[in-house]
Design a protein around this ligand. Sequence first.
Ligand code: ADP
Ligand code: MG
Length: 292
Amino acid sequence: ATPTSIMVATGRAAQLGVLFRKGEALQLLKDAKVVAVDKTGTLTEGRPALTDLVLASGFERAAVLAAVAAVERQSEHPIAQAIVQAAQAEALQIPPLSGFESVTGFGVRAQVGSTRVEVGADRMMAQLGADVSVFADDAARLGAEGKTPLYAAIDGHLAAMIAVADPIKPTTRAAIDSLHAMGLKVAMITGDNRRTGEAIAQQLGIDEVVAEVLPDGKVEAVKRLRAAHGALAYVGDGINDAPALAEADVGIAVGSGTDIAIESADVVLMGGDLRGVVTAIVLSRTAMRNIH
Ligand code: ADP
Ligand code: MG
């Protein structure tokens, strides 16, 4: 490939909303065999809403939701916004708190008045010794619907199961179909729970799911998928996607994503959805074909 032909293709890509930050990416992308994609904010809108709140016996909805919202008000996770909005929609008085702590990939905790409140995934409850098995049926049902089950504990006692649902972007399905038609495998890598990840993957026709991945685990998942399938493009938007974007043969950030993700990427999609990946690969294939 000549520098001029790469410049021409890169300019064409920019017009289509695909920014190649490195010319090398244009050359590498045509050889991709697998596209690994982050779920939240990439396949989905990244704006979940609270759909269910199931109480453990002895707990009251308004008190639990207000306490949980107080903790989540300090968190920047999309799940947190869903919970705070639900509390606000019910016009609940959100109490002040102290000692907020966020445990990446697990959840959040703080002191609300004299009570300790924990909100997060089942693995966070397991750490506390709070048994979530009373909600096993609800969690299975909600997970199968593609919703994310979370748990709240008050003073170490399981108080509620909360589900949030994050809508799939309307453009995602068609983009995945195109990637398949181009002969690529599509994999999802998510910190979300396995059932939820698999339900969403099934709706989208995704070939492989790596779920319940802790932030450090995304790089490992990228290495494993590459060993199994060949050259890999990773698509993500979050802070926790940055190492995977750097590890991938081609890292592709969604333009609406965080600065850290964009800085770690070789390609940035201005359109903010997965169709840009299709455009990028098509451009790479045609540009390189014209040159040889
Ligand atoms: P992802 O970006 O795929 O959602 P994360 O590592 O950010 O992955 O989160 C993984 C899981 O940790 C979430 O699905 C949720 O169960 C739990 N979690 C993280 N942050 C919060 C929070 N602020 N409130 C409740 N649960 C949380
Ligand atoms: Mg994300």
